[in-house]
Write a protein that binds this ligand. Structure first.
Ligand code: SF4
Length: 266
């Protein structure tokens, strides 16, 4: 079995920045997973970081870390009311989407977000404006809309949706996925092999998208155990890629495992 490692891999700039900031406060309270990767979260937990889904769970006066996915202004306000010390680990690409959504709304446009309604990033963006529509929910036809996108969507799909919206609306848009997402997706779309192994957690949006955009069968593996369960019988060319929040050490470990497997040592 031949193994092709797709570029790029390792933490993206947004994840690196978020972790650098968070690691300065190892015993703080992190609102939501700092990034969607179980290996990263477990490591931080073992050093004393506490992860919660609601700001109400954080005792007054403590330090709160906002995850790379960003939060709404309401959550920031709540943190201030609770007298929490704020460490903001929001990725700058996400922060730009917030800024664009707010700017569209301030100009009187209806704001449309292309993204997954339940995702932390989308909740933060939606909270930035008095009213936002999460595609496929849309305002009445004919209106002027400002379109933004969750940073980790399928780049081709976002472009298609924007084009579709142009038929019924006057569209102003800044709907782009982030560079890290686009570069990984482009490499995956160009891969022609028998199986693509995507290293990353199942709740990571950019990881899931990599599996979705693959031209061949793709499987996501977040841990060594999951990796070991994958049936690679008959695979001649295996592609290996990783989500933007997957630690490089896991890719190195996976590569060693796969090489041993292909030579019959595993
Ligand atoms: S995947 Fe993109 S949006 Fe998410 S942290 Fe990395 S650079 Fe930021």
């Amino acid at each position: 079995m031949k193994i092709q490692v797709l570029e790029p891999h390792g933490f993206c700039a947004g994840v690196k920045g978020a972790l650098e900031r968070a690691c300065k406060y190892p015993e703080a309270w992190c609102l939501h997973e700092i990034v969607h990767n179980e290996l990263v979260v477990e490591k931080l937990k073992s050093r004393g970081m506490k992860f919660v889904e609601s700001i109400d769970r954080i005792p007054s006066g403590e330090t709160v870390i906002f995850s790379a996915h960003g939060v709404s202004p309401l959550v920031r306000e709540e943190a201030r009311k609770r007298n929490l010390k704020i460490v903001d680990a929001t990725c700058p690409f996400v922060a730009k989407v917030h800024k664009d959504a707010k700017s569209f709304s301030d100009q009187g446009l209806e704001v449309v977000v292309v993204g997954n309604k339940g995702h932390a990033e989308v909740k933060g963006i939606v909270g930035e404006v008095p009213r936002a529509w999460v595609y496929p929910d849309l305002p009445p036809k004919g209106r002027k809309i400002g379109v933004v996108s969750q940073t980790t969507m399928n780049s081709d799909e976002v472009a298609e949706i924007v084009e579709k919206l142009r038929k019924d609306y006057e569209v102003v848009e800044s709907a782009k996925v982030c560079n890290a997402t686009k570069a990984r997706q482009d490499a995956v779309k160009a891969f022609e092999g028998d199986l693509l192994l995507v290293l990353g957690s199942a709740n990571s949006s950019n990881t899931k998208r990599l599996a979705e955009v693959a031209r061949c069968k793709a499987i996501v593996a977040g841990t060594r155990k999951e990796l070991e369960k994958i049936d690679m019988d008959g695979v001649e060319l295996l592609g290996l890629t990783a989500g933007a929040s997957t630690p490089e050490e896991f890719l190195v470990e996976a590569l060693e495992f796969l090489k041993n497997k292909s030579t019959g040592k595993e």
